[in-house]
Design a protein around this ligand. Structure first.
Ligand code: GDP
Length: 297
């Protein structure tokens, strides 16, 4: 995650900090390089532009250029601005799973890593938060998807709702709720059907389930490797069904990380977790400060 961007920025800031005095032109020229690095990392143009503008405004004043360590001050400004672009005032932090049984709705396109992420989150809730979790697949179109969740459940020791053929997604969701209540579960996670593209049926199905169970969290799973497309998918899902957060998967394969940098600024939605591999433990919470630190190396 972010290796390419981190290398590029490292080069620019090394030069800047080694150079004793800095003129405004030095700062501007460094920022031009930062802008190119951001765009090469697939950060969306308006976000990169806004970012550079904000940094330049703070970094070209006399307080910085005439200070004893101007380069380091510029790096600090970039660091703070990265945190600003990655976070929001209403950052929810941990999953809201009070009032048991709390429904968590998982949505996203097919292949985004939705089922894997459902199981990863369930494992985390079970092991870290000591929660009793029930998982249910609502993918009535693909029996293999239901079985996949069941297999993962067995692997991680989390219960799955028994599969009943011929039920529609809303009926399954309601059955999950009943079982979660009767069985004393803290959380029930609903893994909705995915499709290759966003279409009417996909959205309608997710909206019907949402209306039936009023989820505490609606998490959108998107493939981080798809860069700006991931941000577009998030915008559309949020407009159509409303999401409370985003999980970016496959960040282990993304040295650029543009989707992570643009997501909050464009969609207004927080990234809550990142997927960093196929294994059930390869999930991290998304913490803007840590991410900014990682980007700046
Ligand atoms: P779904 O169709 O959205 O439910 O997608 P799946 O959960 O079946 O995942 C599709 C493939 O992506 C599987 O082979 C997963 O192991 C893989 N996958 C999911 N998340 C990640 C991740 O964070 N990193 C990597 N490298 N692979 C992932």
């Amino acid at each position: 995650m972010f290796e390419n961007l981190s290398d590029r920025l490292g080069g620019v800031f090394d030069r800047l900090t080694k150079q004793g005095a800095l003129s405004e032109e030095d700062v501007r020229s460094a920022m031009r390089e930062v802008r190119v690095a951001l765009l090469e990392a697939d950060v969306s143009l308006p976000v990169a532009r806004q970012f550079i503008k904000a940094v330049e405004k703070k970094a070209t004043g006399a307080a910085v250029t005439r200070s004893v360590t101007p380069g380091q001050q510029v790096v600090k400004i970039v660091h703070d601005e990265l945190i600003a672009v990655l976070s929001g005032e209403d950052d929810p932090g941990e999953l809201r799973i009070d009032n048991a049984p709390a429904p968590v709705l998982m949505v996203g396109l097919q292949g985004s890593g939705k089922t894997t992420t459902t199981a990863k989150l369930a494992k985390r809730l079970k092991e870290r938060d000591r929660k009793k979790v029930l998982m249910a697949s609502l993918d009535v179109n693909r029996p293999a998807a239901m079985e996949q969740l069941q297999i993962l459940g067995t692997q991680i020791g989390v219960d799955t709702l028994p599969i009943v053929k011929g039920e529609d997604p809303v009926t399954i969701a309601k059955r999950a709720r009943t079982q979660a209540s009767l069985g004393g579960y803290d959380v029930y996670m609903l893994d909705t059907a995915g499709r290759l593209h966003i279409d009417e049926e996909l959205i309608q199905q997710a909206a019907d389930v949402r209306d039936a169970v009023s989820p505490r969290e609606t998490l959108l799973v998107v493939d981080g490797l798809t860069g700006q497309d991931a941000v577009n998918v998030a915008t559309e899902f949020d407009e159509k069904i409303g999401v409370s957060g985003v999980v970016l998967t496959r960040m282990d394969g993304d040295g650029r990380g543009g989707a992570a940098l643009s997501m909050r600024a464009i969609t207004g939605k927080p990234i809550r977790f990142v997927g960093l591999g196929e294994k059930m433990d390869a999930l991290e919470t998304f913490e803007p400060e840590r991410v900014a630190g990682r980007i700046l190396g």
